[in-house]
Design a protein around this ligand. Sequence first.
Ligand SMILES: Nc1ncnc2c1ncn2[C@@H]1O[C@H](COP(=O)(O)OP(=O)(O)O)[C@@H](O)[C@H]1O
Ligand SMILES: [Mg+2]
Length: 233
Amino acid sequence: MLEVKNLHCRFGTDEILNGISFTIANGEIATIIGGSGAGKTTIIRTLCGLEKISQGKISIGEHKSKRGDYGLVQQGCCLFEHMTILKNVSYALGAVKKFPPEKSKKIALEMLAKFGLENKANSYPNSLSGGQKQRVAIARTLVMNPKILLFDEPTSALDPEMTSDLITTIGDIAAQGMAILIVSHDLAMARRVSHRILFLEHGKIIEDRPTKDFFSNPQTERAKSFLKNSACI
Ligand SMILES: Nc1ncnc2c1ncn2[C@@H]1O[C@H](COP(=O)(O)OP(=O)(O)O)[C@@H](O)[C@H]1O
Ligand SMILES: [Mg+2]
């Protein structure tokens, strides 16, 4: 379980995260929804230790969280274009975990097989569809065995069919017990994939509710107008 308590983050004198608290249970999918500039990416970056926090506590189970606890699937996937799919997935196992090449290759091939991509092992990213690239990006993250899986705007480069595939994939991973945090402004995706919605505004979570309740009966004026102005409602 991920537990975030009273998280603050500043850039200069700007308080970007202003006392964020939430928990995500194992097997749960939570989506932080918010407009551009609300602080979504900053939350992800502080969890991963890429931004310093000025106050707050982040724990996983009984322990203080550390960088290696998180697997981040970044916006736009960012595969290494000059590496084969197998190398994309196995690379960090050697570079970060210092596993020998044969072991890294075996783990990567097993993970690719789980995603139905074993026949793409020797292909390069430019020969894959957008949905396949996304699955490789997820496979590459999961081989590192994270405790928490993070997605930053996962649907930004996907068409509706690929989005449906992604929703299925994320649901399958959560069903195996992973805690998953997505940050996005894509309400339609959030509604289909999440157990819970956390609505972020100016670095504060102003609603934290089961998905159905959030969409059928938002409590704050800001969430109401956000829903009203989006095409999916
Ligand atoms: N490295 C940085 N230095 C200064 N300001 C930043 C930095 N990163 C983000 N910000 C500011 O923090 C706010 C939140 O940004 P971000 O977390 O990227 O929002 P979102 O992902 O919700 O669009 C924005 O006003 C942005 O300009
Ligand atoms: Mg962002």
